[in-house]
Design a protein around this ligand. Structure first.
Ligand code: GAL
Length: 418
């Protein structure tokens, strides 16, 4: 439990007593989220419409910024001021922080009535149901170790989907030689960390990933393998265009869609952008696992954490949670979002080729004990440790620091942040 103590838990009890949501009282639910890209907004719209049909109004609290850092900052301030929204899109350890602070509602009655326990996998329950209390409704499972590629470029250059690092380097060299940017890179900390998740998994394998990014093992963090991870990250920089700093992830996806770049390494929310642009898997674009990570996945699950609200607002909040957990909605939403359903009993038959691949590979990885929480997306290590890793990665990527020096900093930063 020590690990879950946060400053949030120290916010005064007075703030908690004030914590009733005015928006919900007025027949609306206030939903804070960071789904502002084309694909994300289209997916969220499925939820909005569902609620509208039930006569429940939607007060939109969009806070732009992929990965959600900005949105989390906003909600922390709202909670500290005793004015939480009805709900917020949340990830992994951040949910536990709010639960530890005593800010989240108890959804156990609804969960029991609707049988959530039977359909939500344990890997998610760990975050949705801390200490036996359902506090959040999971809407999806994204996997993050993907490459999204422009098929026309691959075809024109006769490139096959690379399955390991050497093949990847050969493919990227060929693309570069043809005058095309091999990798569409978004120079923001969370995006770079997303690629590092994949590099750690690919370079060291799943056991190494677990040691380094789940157990926070000092030997793994400061190992030769980790030096190689950072060397590979440096190599990736040679395939990136000069305008990468601070580029949003969806603009990077657009580069692949438009043929300005050949590949993006990103979670499967990127597919939402291809779909929103009316692109078709295996015709216009390819989805394949980050070279060297086949058989395993790193995942993050978007959930809606429900805050404590006044009695008059509880009905709408429960209706929202129920709408999120409804199997038909989970299919409709995730087809658009690019993710797999959070419920295990939802059929994948209506998903496109990449979606079906995601659902199948997620199940296979879970059975083989190769389904691992994404460090970059808050499902592997506590928030403070995640932030410390972000800093090391992004400082390294934007400087000439050596891989050895970065690894030293990584081990120190993780030890300090725990
Ligand atoms: C992730 C989130 C996804 C996605 C992405 C980019 O953290 O889980 O749903 O949209 O950020 O904003």
């Amino acid at each position: 439990m020590e690990i879950r103590k946060t400053t949030l838990a120290m916010v005064s009890a007075a703030a908690l007593m004030l914590a009733t949501s005015t928006a919900s009282a007025a027949g609306k639910v206030e939903v804070i989220h960071w789904w502002t890209s084309g694909g994300e907004a289209a997916a969220l719209n499925v939820l909005k419409k569902n609620l509208e049909k039930q006569g429940i109004g939607w007060m939109d609290g969009a806070v732009a910024g992929g990965g959600g850092d900005q949105a989390r900052t906003v909600v922390k301030a709202r909670v500290a001021a005793g004015n939480p929204p009805t709900t917020m899109q949340q990830l992994g350890f951040a949910i536990l922080d709010f639960a530890d602070g005593g800010f989240l509602a108890n959804l156990n009655d609804l969960a029991a009535k609707e049988g959530w326990d039977k359909v939500v996998p344990n890997a998610l329950k760990r975050f949705m149901k801390p200490d036996g209390v359902w506090v959040a409704a999971p809407v999806n499972v994204h996997t993050t170790n993907w490459v999204w590629a422009n098929k026309a470029i691959f075809d024109k250059l006769g490139i096959a989907q690379p399955t390991n690092w050497d093949e990847f380097v050969a493919a990227a060299d060929k693309i570069k030689a043809a005058g095309i940017t091999p990798i569409a890179w978004g120079g923001q900390a969370w995006q770079e960390a997303t690629v590092v998740d994949a590099l750690v998994n690919s370079t060291g394998g799943t056991d190494f990933y677990k040691k380094a990014f789940v157990d926070m093992d000092q030997a793994a963090l400061s190992s030769k393998t980790m030096v190689e991870v950072f060397q590979r990250l440096r190599k990736l920089k040679s395939y990136v265009d000069p305008n990468y700093p601070n580029r949003d992830w969806n603009l990077a996806t657009a580069m692949v869609i438009n043929g300005e770049a050949a590949m993006q390494m990103m979670g499967d929310w990127a597919k939402g952008e291809f779909i929103a642009a009316k692109k078709v898997p295996n015709k216009d674009f390819l989805c394949f696992r980050f070279p060297g990570t086949a058989g395993s996945v790193t995942f993050n699950s978007d959930a809606f954490a429900m805050f404590k609200v006044g009695d008059d607002a509880k009905g709408n909040q429960a209706a929202l949670a129920s709408a999120i957990m409804e199997p038909g909605f989970q299919a409709a939403f995730n087809i658009v979002k690019g993710s797999a359903p959070a419920r295990m009993d939802v059929s994948g038959k209506d998903f496109d080729a990449c979606g079906q691949k995601a659902i199948k590979q997620l199940a296979e990885a879970a059975n083989a004990d190769k389904m691992m929480g994404s460090m970059a997306h808050g499902h592997a290590v506590p928030e403070a440790v995640k932030g410390a890793i972000y800093d090391v990665v992004t400082n390294y990527f934007s400087s000439d620091q050596s891989a050895e020096e970065a690894v030293k900093k990584l081990a120190e930063a993780v030890a300090l942040a725990q």
